[in-house]
Write a protein that binds this ligand. Structure first.
Ligand SMILES: NC(=O)c1ccc[n+]([C@@H]2O[C@H](COP(=O)([O-])OP(=O)(O)OC[C@H]3O[C@@H](n4cnc5c(N)ncnc54)[C@H](O)[C@@H]3O)[C@@H](O)[C@H]2O)c1
Length: 276
């Protein structure tokens, strides 16, 4: 892809093996970018350990990327915390001298409850990570991109849930719809600085988060997760569920020079399941 070699790419929530963030950075490694793996990286986040990129897992992802020849910085950061977000981008500037691409990928997708049973804490957790975290990272990255005078690219990993409602997923759906709103507004506000802002909207991908969602919805229907996912594949016009590489290819395109005149867009990567 044009214009990507040597670019510094920060991808939040990229510290889980098999996650979309790892897949995205693998693709940017192929494009010979310099990479920043960042995730919670510690167990005191208040989030269940089976849902987070722990320090060991994050370092394993970084080691894998280094194994493919990439230069990789690994920084723990809770994107809900403004001071940690500032420290993350300061560390990136110290190590690499610039931030060229931000992928807002970190997300919480395992809070699934009927609307009537949702506690305000459930709602707040999802909004804090999926929307406020993306806002804080966008603001911090854009400030460094502006200072560099070289513009930049921001890619928000939204979801099919940014465009359609889903049962028992009010905070997730609201946060992802909100992320499209942030994408459109940031695209306008940051255009004068040469920064484009776009979103990618995948449907189901069997990552840790995707597996939790399919286990939950399978149990509501009395199906096994495998049968539930087979049903998803059958209703997708292109006949399979998505892979991390599908989302990664869209992110790489939106970060490339070929997408220089695209901003404020929300691109479906769903094999034709979502079309608006
Ligand atoms: N898997 C899917 O089916 C699917 C579909 C559409 C969109 N998405 C989106 O893709 C993104 C990646 O999800 P995934 O499927 O790879 O799941 P994942 O659980 O593997 O990745 C999410 C990552 O976010 C991190 N994270 C959570 N809270 C954080 C915080 N406060 N600070 C920093 N990092 C934090 C987690 O540690 C984890 O590594 C999410 O935004 C998700 O909503 C996933």
């Amino acid at each position: 892809m044009k214009g990507l070699a040597g670019k510094v790419v920060v991808c939040t929530g990229s510290g889980r093996s098999g996650g979309l963030g790892e897949g995205i950075l693998q693709r940017f490694a192929e494009e010979r970018c310099r990479l920043v793996v960042t995730d919670l990286g510690r167990a005191d986040s208040g989030l269940g350990e089976d849902h987070i990129g722990t320090t060991g897992e994050m370092e394993a992802v970084a080691a894998g990327l280094r194994g493919s020849g990439a230069e990789v910085l690994c920084v723990p950061c809770d994107i809900r915390k403004p001071a940690q977000v500032e420290a993350l981008f300061d560390a990136v500037i110290d190590a690499f001298g610039s931030v060229d691409v931000l992928v807002n990928n970190a997300g919480v997708g395992y809070v699934m409850k009927p609307l009537a049973e949702l506690a305000v804490e459930d709602w707040q957790l999802v909004l804090d990570v999926n929307l406020t975290g993306a806002f804080l990272c966008t603001q911090a990255a854009a400030a460094r991109m502006r200072e560099s005078g070289n513009g930049g690219r921001i890619v928000n990993i939204a979801s099919q849930a940014a465009k359609s409602g889903f049962r028992h997923m009010a905070p997730y759906v609201a946060s992802k719809h909100g992320l499209i709103g942030l994408t459109r507004t940031a695209a306008i506000d940051l255009a004068a600085d040469g920064i484009t802002v776009n979103a990618v909207c995948p449907n189901h991908v069997t990552t840790g988060l995707g597996a939790k969602q399919s286990e939950y919805f399978a149990s509501l229907r009395g199906l096994t997760p495998e049968d539930y996912r087979r049903g998803i594949a059958e209703r997708i016009p292109l006949g399979r569920v998505g892979l991390p590489g599908d989302t990664a290819a869209a992110a790489a395109f939106l970060a490339s020079d070929d997408a220089a005149f695209i901003t404020g867009e929300a691109l479906n990567v769903s094999g034709g399941e979502e079309m608006h």
